[in-house]
Design a protein. Structure first.
Length: 73
C-alpha cells in the first residue's frame, strides 16, 4: 500500500503532469462562483479560498482512493 501511495504522489508532482492545469481552473471557478453569492471583496476572497481548498482536498482524496483501488486490485 505504501508503494502505491508513493507512486501516486510521485506521479502527481511530476512537472510534466497535465493535472497542474487543474489549479488555475479551480481557482477561477471558485472566484466566479463565489462572486455570484457575495458582495464584498473580503467575503468573496474568503469563500473562494475555502471553496478552492475544499474541492482540491476532495479531488486529492478521491484520486488517491481510486489510484489505490486500481493499483491494489
Amino acid at each position: 500500500m505504501w508503494e502505491a501511495t508513493s507512486g501516486f504522489f510521485s506521479n502527481l508532482m511530476a512537472p510534466s503532469n497535465p493535472i497542474w492545469w487543474y489549479y488555475p481552473l479551480c481557482a477561477v471557478a471558485a472566484v466566479v462562483y463565489k462572486a455570484t453569492k457575495f458582495d464584498t471583496p473580503r467575503d468573496i476572497a474568503r469563500a473562494s479560498l475555502h471553496f478552492f481548498l475544499s474541492v482540491s482536498a476532495g479531488m486529492l482524496v478521491l484520486g488517491w482512493a481510486f489510484y489505490l483501488i486500481i493499483t491494489l486490485f
